[in-house]
Design a protein around this ligand. Structure first.
Ligand SMILES: [Zn+2]
Ligand SMILES: [Zn+2]
Length: 436
């Protein structure tokens, strides 16, 4: 089963939605227009419930299958926000908002999940409930966390969640995934090294924070080389070094350092924070300076669940013929919060030979739409296969069904009525369980 034919038919329509979103990018939680369009379309598709304002500007739609004997509820999540980048693609549908751009393809993610929602609302060929989740502020604002904090998982009874991101450099419409830690925890630090400034020709009379800060930049790398388990992934990057003076002949009173630390496991994350604070405090003290540390906890590591990843591979293989093992990435992903609350899996879909995400000449590849939409729809239809007629009759009238079983001629013998009824009940239990 490759691409679903319906999505090949819908590609032009979904592409038009995507390009409209691309033309009107919105940053962080300011996704008002985008959320409005999403809510409007979900309502027009006939979703059973459409709710806005979850996680500030997040939108949730509920689609019930033809039956619900499974009692299953699956969440499918897309992100809606853009980045503060000046677009240079020159496309005729390029951003109309200078300084804002869909440079991570969230326009494509939103359009693909809308496409899947339209198809699933039309067909409802599944036994359970789908919750489509459109989140704001994936790019550093933790919009996914805000949706969880608003009680989304409990309110809609979501049992497992799935996410998808386009990936430049992978063949268009191909899939890749990995089980376990996949994206990194993204903590940040801001340290002001406070010394005592003075005349640059009299260094003996000052406490020079530039010397302490320079030593600190190098010493921090020992978290990677001497403290972390050598087989663990970790990155320590100092990205800003600003002194409190621009003069040639003044030793500044302070230096500000900023940067990020990326880790994949809770243990390494805690170790890195502890060692960072120890090294900063004692290195500065060694030079008669003080370290004023602000530690900013970012997204946790995004960890794919084993069972759901195996299922995601099965579905991707059905859609694209195969599913590759993805490399670990030290980038962050807000979907991590949803995976902390529920089991699930996050997959990459190939964007072809495009510019990298977060660059001004990036563009989402519309040719990936049929594959992405098909994966969404297949996740639903395979995880919650449509009940057969007898399944549905059984769910509505379990007692009558048992009576039918009881007097079937194929169930003869000397067993008492009581034991026959129990046998029927056991079979019913097995029949229901067999759809898990
Ligand atoms: Zn991004
Ligand atoms: Zn992204």
């Amino acid at each position: 089963m490759p691409i679903k034919n319906r999505f090949a038919e819908m590609q032009t329509e979904i592409t038009a939605w995507r390009r409209d979103l691309h033309e009107h990018p919105e940053i962080l939680f300011d996704t008002h227009r985008t959320a409005g369009i999403v809510a409007e379309k979900l309502t027009a598709f006939g979703c059973d419930t459409v709710e806005t304002g979850i996680g500030r500007t997040g939108v949730v739609g509920v689609i019930r299958g033809k039956s619900n004997t499974s009692g299953k509820v699956i969440g499918l999540r897309a992100d809606m926000d853009a980045l503060p980048i000046l677009e240079t693609t020159g496309l005729d549908y390029a951003s109309k908002t200078p300084g804002a751009m869909h440079a991570c393809g969230h326009d494509g993610h939103t359009a693909m999940l809308l496409g899947a929602a339209k198809y699933l609302s039309e067909t409802r060929n599944f036994d359970g409930t789908v919750v489509v989740i459109f989140q704001p502020a994936e790019e550093g604002g933790a919009g996914g966390k805000e949706m969880c904090d608003d009680g989304m998982m409990e309110k809609f009874g979501i049992q497992e969640v799935y996410g998808m991101h386009n990936w430049p450099g992978m063949p268009t419409g191909a899939f890749a995934i990995r089980s376990g830690p996949f994206f990194a925890a993204t903590d940040q630090f801001d340290v002001t090294v406070v010394g005592q400034g003075g005349h640059a020709a009299m260094p003996n009379t000052v406490a020079d924070p530039t010397i302490a800060a320079a030593q600190l930049v190098l010493a921090l790398q020992t978290i990677v080389s001497r403290n972390a388990d050598p087989v663990e992934q970790i990155v320590v990057s100092v990205t800003s070094f600003v002194t409190a003076s621009t003069a040639f002949n003044v030793i500044p009173p302070s230096v500000n350092l900023r940067g990020t630390i990326r880790t994949m496991t809770k243990a390494t994350r805690e170790l890195a924070e502890k060692r960072f604070k120890q090294i900063a405090t004692s290195t500065c003290a060694a030079f008669d300076c003080r370290a004023d540390i602000t530690w900013i906890r970012g997204y946790p590591s995004m960890v794919n669940s084993v069972d759901q990843t195996e299922f995601a591979v099965e579905v991707a293989t059905a859609v694209a013929g195969k599913c590759d093992l993805a490399e670990v990435t030290m980038g962050g992903e807000d979907f991590a919060y949803m995976l902390e609350e529920r089991p699930g899996a996050y997959i990459l879909v190939g964007n072809g030979d495009s510019a990298k995400v977060h660059t001004p000449d990036y563009n989402f590849n519309d040719e990936a739409i049929p594959a992405g939409c098909s994966w969404w729809a297949e996740i639903v239809e395979r995880r919650m296969p449509a009940a057969t007629l007898s399944d549905r009759r059984t769910a509505r009238h379990p007692g009558r069904w048992r009576r039918i079983r009881l007097f079937r001629p194929s169930n003869p013998g000397s067993a008492s009525i009581h034991s026959k009824r129990r046998a029927g009940e056991r079979y019913f239990a097995r029949a229901a369980g067999s759809r898990d």
